[in-house]
Structures are given as C-alpha cells and as structure tokens.
Design a binder for this molecule. Structure first.
Ligand SMILES: *Cc1c(COP(=O)(O)O)cnc(C)c1O
Length: 219
C-alpha cells in the first residue's frame, strides 16, 4: 500500500506523512524499513516515546491539536507542527524552541469542515494573529503554510469545496503576508479517505494513517 500511495503522489510532488498514532514501534519500523522517513503523531507524550525508541533520521510531525502544556515534550526534535490555531500556542512553541536553540516550523490550521468539533482559525482570526505585535516578535518559529481537515463525509463535492477553500486561504496569505518568503509553500490536506482529491486540489502534504497501518484500535 505504501508504494502504491507513493507512486500516486509522485506526479504531484506531494509529501507523505505516514500517520502512526496508536501503532506500536514494530509496525512503524516495518514502514521505516521500506525506506519511509516521515511520520506523524497526535499525542505529545506518545510522540516523545516513539522518537526516543526509533532511528534518529526520522522526521517527526505533530499533526493533531496540541495543548500548550505539552509543547515541551516535543520541542527538542519535532520537524513540523501541523495544527497551530492560536497565538497562545504559538507563543509557547516559540518559547520552547528558543530554549532548545531551534526554529520550529509550523502550519496554521484553518477550520474548513462543517463539523463543530474541529479546531482551526478562520480568515479573521488568522489576520488578527499575523498582524499582532507579539507574532512579529517571535524569532524561533517559522510559518511554512496551512493545514486543514475536510468534513468526514461521503459527499465528494463538499470535500472538494473545503479543499478549494483551504487552497484559496493559502493563496491569499501567500499574497498578503508571505509573498517573498520561499519557505511558505505547504498545504497539508488529505487523509486516507480523501487524499486523491486533496492532491488534485493542490495539497503538498498528505497525512495518511489507516490506509498504511490498518484501522486503529482505541481502548
Ligand atoms: C489520524 C489523523 C490523520 C490520518 O487519518 P487516516 O484517516 O487514518 O488516514 C490525518 N490527520 C490528522 C490530523 C489525524 O489526526
């Protein structure tokens, strides 16, 4: 399955984040041994434990909602935080990155789905964040793009429109805030059920879990 997905991504140059949350080390190592080195997790402590146990050439991404008090567990090694949705969280990431003498790459998460429960910024709250003096003072974070999650639905048209919304938000931010910033280039969208649609709509990074690792068991 991994090879099939990678083949499909080749035509678009989108990167694959293999979402290994809840999966044991042995299973992640099987994927690593096939040559894949980018993995995503959504629990800070689980990520830290896996980072410590696994080969050090893995690029670890944090993909879910990150609580401010958990940033410290991952700040020394995380390569990309996908879902920044508040100035408060960004402030803490900046602080912990500074402590570790690093710059941490982040994506701004936008709320594009119909569902109430999903986190994320809208255009107005993103503007407020980006225009704030506090944001401008941060020296240990770098915003490299946007991230979004489409509604979990069979309705392809709806998912399509949500991906197009995220692409438009990205284009507008690029134009208004990051026009000369080559690092601002990522659109993280697409999961197991909708990644083909996402790459068609301009995704540069898909986050795929169950298609690679099988369904997750929560207990
Ligand atoms: C779990 C998760 C994924 C992967 O979901 P699958 O449907 O298993 O591919 C992608 N993004 C986020 C933010 C997730 O929490």
């Amino acid at each position: 399955m991994l090879q099939k997905i990678l083949q499909e991504l080749k035509t678009s140059n989108a990167k694959l984040v293999a979402v290994s949350k809840t999966k044991p080390i042995e299973q992640i190592l099987e994927v690593y041994e096939q040559g894949h080195k980018i993995f995503g997790e959504n629990k800070a402590f689980e990520l830290k434990e896996k980072y410590e146990a696994m080969p050090k050439d893995i690029e670890w991404h944090f993909i879910g909602h990150l609580q401010t008090n958990k940033v410290k567990y991952i700040a020394s090694f995380v390569q990309l935080i996908h879902a920044v949705d508040s100035l408060k969280l960004l402030k803490e990431i900046n602080k912990q990155a500074k402590k570790n003498e690093r710059v941490i790459d982040c994506l701004l998460q936008f709320h594009i789905a119909q569902e109430q429960s999903k986190f994320g910024l809208n255009w107005d709250t993103a503007l407020e964040l980006l225009n704030s003096e506090m944001f401008k003072s941060f020296q240990n974070i770098r915003i490299v793009g946007v991230m979004g999650m489409a509604t979990f639905t069979e309705n392809k048209m709806q998912v399509l429109q949500e991906f197009q919304t995220l692409k438009r938000l990205y284009d507008q931010l690029k134009n208004d805030f990051f026009v000369n910033d080559v690092a601002f280039k990522e659109i993280s969208m697409g999961m197991s059920g909708d990644y083909s649609l996402a790459i068609q709509e301009g995704s540069t990074m898909v986050r795929i879990g169950s298609l690679i690792f099988g369904n997750r068991q929560y207990n």
